[in-house]
Ligand binder design. Sequence first.
Ligand code: GLN
Length: 485
Amino acid sequence: MTKWNKHSISYLHDALVKKQVTPLELVEDCIKGIQADDCNSFEALAFEEARKAAEQIGEIKEDEYLKGIPFLAKDNYSTKGIETTASSNILNGYVPLFDATAISKLKRAGMIMVAKTTMDELAMGGTGTSGHKGPTLNPYDHERIVGGSSCGSASSTALGIAPLALGSDTGDSVRKPASYSATVGFKPTWGRISRFGLFPFAPSLDTIAYFTRNVLDASYVLTALAGKDSKDMSSSSRKKEHYQDYVINKRSLKKIGYFKAVNDAIEDERLKSKYHELLDKLKDHGYEVVCYEYPVDLLNALYPTYMIISCAESTSNNANLDGIRFGPIAEGNPKTYEEYMKACRTKGFSDLIKRRFVIGSFSLLSQNQFEMFSRAQKARRLIVDNMNKFFDGLDYLILPASYSKPKKIKELSTAWSTKPDFLDNILGLGNFGGFPSITLPLMFEDGLPFGINITGRTFEDGYVLGMAKEIEEITGLKDLVKGDK
Ligand code: GLN
């Protein structure tokens, strides 16, 4: 257990300003935590770079909230001079020449990156078991998944190794693992943070997202990361705000909705009663809570729509991984470019990735495009239109972030699910519409965590954080670290 970094950003900031600790001591403490990790959370380590950066940090002022504090980043962020593989064999040995904008903004704010974290290969998948380093374990139960794709960032935050770990969220890859690890997982509005240097999976859904251990910390990080970036045309030029003000002053809107179909489908009675207990307490706090009938056929369309759109975008974006610019040397002496590429890709990708590229290529074939890709785009439009209708009258959608305990690793199956379950895919709503969405701890059942998720209107990130703060105070579950008694 690390001594310092199990604390929040705001706690560490205070200690740094008061000179009770130095940035170098925080880095050394973080390194010890990484060395003691028993969940398989790490890819490349940047210990020497981190020590050097820490030594260069001078005076820390009251309003330099992030300065001198260590952080971790998922292995799909470009990091200058540090191997970046997206946990894929095809990128083994790849060392980027530049930092992703999110990384350089955190560094500019004075934060220190200490290591890269494991992930599902190329950010596809939700189990945290498909990366080239093998499964990442749940700190609360090593036999279970911590969820993915941002698995190493979730486990390291839960273990108290650093108070911030960057992840990425295309369908739920930060918000679901946050639920399984009793951490806060925040996916801000699409376009609020530049994606430059984040390896693209499905750019119309991909969002920079991250793990912290409380809501206030999540707000400080957004203040540092938000803003227009000339290197990412999809980044928004809307004025950025001081998001921490919403948390400190608990600024929130008043109308909460939940979906009838989701509520009816919850099988876990303890979860259901805890969920309603929370909604009742919110009513006592003066919020209006409404049961909303979102169309069930659109909920059932979430999974197929997500699969077609994300696989199509991913097939096209990852076409550069051809084994020539990156990747293992082909075996069997291939003669043509095509043969070479086939040999490298066969060796470089896991089965999950190959399956998704097949789906993506199939849906993009000119004879299938209309039936598959265009129809998926139309379904997405309907799904988002209906969410916007919801937001015409209501300010927040509040739902459980996971509906069962994290699965046991040995019980995972790669078989195609014949009965897609909308509960499993519900967080994808946030990505379809680019809505800001946050998961925070709700309860524990038999020692395993479950989270609650709040989604709001686009660019109302501040109000989503304000609401999250309200809930954090109700549950009292904050700054949780596994093993901390
Ligand atoms: N579990 C989803 C998938 O498999 C989400 C992935 C993500 O958000 N990166 O695609």
